[in-house]
Ligand binder design. Sequence first.
Ligand code: ZN
Length: 47
Amino acid sequence: MPRDPVCGVNLTEKTAKYKITHDGETYYFCSVKCKKKFKRNRDKFTK
Ligand SMILES: [Zn+2]
């Protein structure tokens, strides 16, 4: 099950509407807000 790396929420395929592929890995987000936050601070969330 994917997890939102920004807010730490566990997602399902239905709630993981937002995703980014970064360094060959796909990250899922609960909202566009979390997606934007991730984009601004990738290094913090990809470790
Ligand atoms: Zn989130």
